[in-house]
Design a protein around this ligand. Structure first.
Ligand code: AMP
Length: 462
């Protein structure tokens, strides 16, 4: 198996540090808002990486952090008049629901930053003791001039790095130094040897990975935007505090998901949440859409391309349904076309695995499935089909679909969404609640419907 390593810029043969065991960490979400389809792209990609490694016989431990304390969470909590912890738990819960809907099932452990503050403090203490970090009146900072490898992952020279003013703060020694501990007198703050405060942006990840994996592990993932400065900072923190190099054997980065050729951002107003998307398209169609592009390439999201993925998924699912239907009447006899079809099935499995072995090329792997679909339509079109071939084909779809997290079941016709009947039923129940003056529950139903883009207006009847 070959994996492209951002650190070396090459595809490398995959050999885990501990024989058959793979420790993999992927940067998790900052839970201050709904998860969007860019998150979904990255997490579906790594879900397939974990699934494929498990299929290939590795024992995979997939760890993901949840950033549940940070400036954005504190700000949003204050805006909504709830505590930082309440806000973080709300969006963490919704994120986990979204992942479940999308079939992202391979994460072994989610680790919250706020549950690892003692480990974070311990790592910072070691960095200060070893001379890599220093304290000022605003916090504790990592001194990048003490770590010459800083910049290696993003292939930058120390000179070019001085241009980056990471986290402007007049008390820092160098512009590129980054924060390990922020001194703050806020409601959500922890005691530390440097006074009350909270962790900097990068340190939770290395404290969490050190806790569960030790100082070195196999795969670290995230989207490209995190290469600099986040992942550079992680390398500096982990390798300087443990003295062990490299912290990570393979660095994997996903390309960004853009919308209609533009970067997706709140300010541009082209921000699509996973929940919003799933009122119009099925989770399986979105998975197919994501996997149709290699994980390292950017993806351009358009409604048209999702329509196309919905149709492609229907084509495969309809074939699988036809194979099942044919099974009912098929005989144990073999026919002339069988031999060729069995060869095509074996060759498809081989080509699919070859594509996946080549840096998880899901796009090529899917094209193998589409070719097979064409061949099988031809095979069953001849009317005479043998049980043996049909069951081999069905098993193969289940096997390859399982790797991609695609079920290839008969899909409900058209796009998924709330049917008019269902909305009408909910409205009737809500009306009864209003008649009983249960305003709290009826308001909650109205708010939840608004999340699903169904706007309910209560007009006063004179
Ligand atoms: P965040 O919640 O912004 O910290 O992001 C969580 C993960 O999603 C990180 O690995 C990000 O790099 C990734 N991510 C954020 N936006 C996008 C996007 N538009 N496309 C792909 N991945 C993204």
């Amino acid at each position: 198996m070959m994996i492209y390593n951002t650190m070396t810029g090459n595809k490398e043969a995959f050999e885990p540090i501990h024989r058959n065991r793979v420790n993999m960490f992927v940067c998790g979400p900052t839970v201050y808002d709904e998860a969007h389809i860019g998150h979904a792209r990255t997490y579906i990609a790594f879900d397939v990486v974990a699934r494929y490694l498990a299929y290939r016989g590795f024992g995979v431990f997939y760890l993901q952090n949840v950033t549940d304390v940070d400036d954005k969470i504190i700000k949003r909590g204050a805006e909504l008049g709830i505590t930082t912890a309440e806000l973080a738990r709300r969006f963490e819960g919704r994120y986990l629901e979204d992942m479940c809907t999308l079939g992202v099932e391979s994460v072994s452990l989610y680790a919250r930053a706020t549950n690892h503050v003692p480990e974070i403090i311990d790592q910072i203490k070691r960095l200060i003791e070893k001379g890599y970090a220093y304290e000022t009146e605003t916090g504790v900072y990592f001194d990048v001039s003490k770590f010459p490898e800083f910049g290696a992952l993003s292939h930058q020279t120390p000179d070019s790095l001085t241009k980056h003013r990471i986290e402007p703060d007049p008390t820092k020694r160098n512009p590129a130094d980054f924060s390990l501990w922020k001194k703050r007198e806020e409601k959500l703050a922890w005691d530390s040897p440097w006074g009350k405060g909270r962790p900097g942006w990068h340190i939770e990840d290395t404290a969490i990975t050190e806790t569960y994996f030790g100082p070195q592990y196999d795969i670290h993932g995230g989207a490209r935007d995190l290469i600099f400065p986040h992942h550079e900072a992680e390398i500096a923190q982990a390798e300087a505090s443990s003295g062990k190099k490299p912290m990570v054997k393979y660095w994997m980065h996903t390309g960004f998901l853009n919308i209609n050729g533009e970067k997706m951002s709140k300010s541009l107003g082209n921000f699509t949440t996973i929940r919003d998307l799933l009122t119009r398209f099925s989770p399986q169609a979105f998975r197919l859409f994501v996997l149709s592009t290699h994980y390292r390439s950017p993806i351009d999201f358009t409604e048209g391309s999702l329509d196309q993925s919905t149709r492609s998924l229907e084509r495969i699912s309809n074939l699988v349904q036809s194979l099942n239907d044919h099974m009912k009447n098929a005989v144990m006899e073999s026919y002339e076309a069988d031999e060729e079809m069995v060869r095509a099935l074996e060759s498809a499995r081989g080509k699919f695995l070859e594509a996946m072995d080549d840096d998880f090329n899901t796009s090529l792997a899917l094209s193998v499935i589409f070719d097979l679909v064409r061949d099988l339509y031809r095979y069953i079109g001849d009317e005479k089909s043998s049980k043996n071939v049909l069951s081999q084909a069905l098993n193969l779809f289940a096997e390859l679909g399982g790797i991609l997290g695609l079920e290839f079941k008969a899909q409900p016709a058209g796009k998924l969404g709330l049917t008019d009947d269902l909305v009408e039923l909910i409205m009737e129940i809500r009306q009864k609640l209003r008649e009983r003056k249960d305003w709290m529950l009826s308001d909650e139903i109205r708010d939840r419907l608004r999340d699903l883009k169904v706007i309910v207006e209560d007009k006063k009847v004179k």
